[in-house]
Design a protein around this ligand. Structure first.
Ligand code: AMP
Length: 193
């Protein structure tokens, strides 16, 4: 099993790269943001709860996010690999993911940070707002809050994996195909195991 964390601020291209990796390797793609939006569109209690945080650009509480993620992982016991997109976003989420992997007798193989500066992020997200239909993409102050939450709560997760020798940094300001090539170099043949 090959498990990869796609890591980076909002608008860094995680979803685009996850799509490439799914096509190449057939991995399961788990995006906690997509899962929350799905709950929101179905107007479930979980969606209503998450919305309060998402509209402000804040993180949904760990216990809610972890329970949802765990359920999704458990629904797919036999996949060749998982791409985690937008999870873990806090240290407790990273610790929980570690436990989950151990329970499966698997591990995280790599974390790839897509590095993009804040001004590029704001321009990209405002640019995609018209087509994404996401309320949290349309307002610059919400985008900046999402970025600040990334710096304050999520960026430390990089160090957790860096200490394990698993963290990689890719210039996310390159074109999508250049970023994909850089990720392929990291994932490489290991993903075929
Ligand atoms: P994303 O599509 O990954 O940018 O996520 C959209 C929003 O969903 C975020 O701004 C958070 O409010 C929420 N969210 C997604 N993933 C997580 C997570 N792992 N922990 C907490 N909140 C999350």
């Amino acid at each position: 099993m090959y498990n990869l964390i796609l890591f980076g601020p909002p608008g860094s291209g995680k979803g685009t790269q996850a799509d490439f990796l799914v096509k190449q390797h057939g991995f399961l793609h788990i995006s906690t943001g997509d899962m929350f939006r799905e709950e929101l569109s179905r107007r479930t209690p979980l969606g209503q709860e998450a919305r309060k945080y998402m509209d402000r650009g804040d993180l949904v509480p760990d216990e809610v996010t972890i329970a949802m993620l765990r359920k999704r992982v458990e629904q797919h016991p036999d996949v060749a690999g998982i791409i985690f997109d937008g999870f873990p976003r806090t240290d407790p989420q990273a610790a929980e993911l570690n436990d989950m992997m151990e329970e499966k007798q698997a591990s995280i193989n790599a974390l790839v940070l897509l590095d993009v500066d804040v001004d590029t992020i704001v321009q990209r997200i405002l640019g995609r707002a018209a087509t994404s239909g996401r309320a949290d993409d349309a307002k610059e102050d919400v985008i900046r809050t999402r970025y600040e939450n990334f710096i304050n709560y999520t960026a430390p997760v990089f160090d957790f994996y860096d200490q394990l020798g698993l963290a990689h940094r890719v210039n996310g300001a390159q074109s999508p195909s250049e970023v994909a090539a850089a990720i392929a170099n990291i994932v490489g043949p290991a993903a075929q195991d």
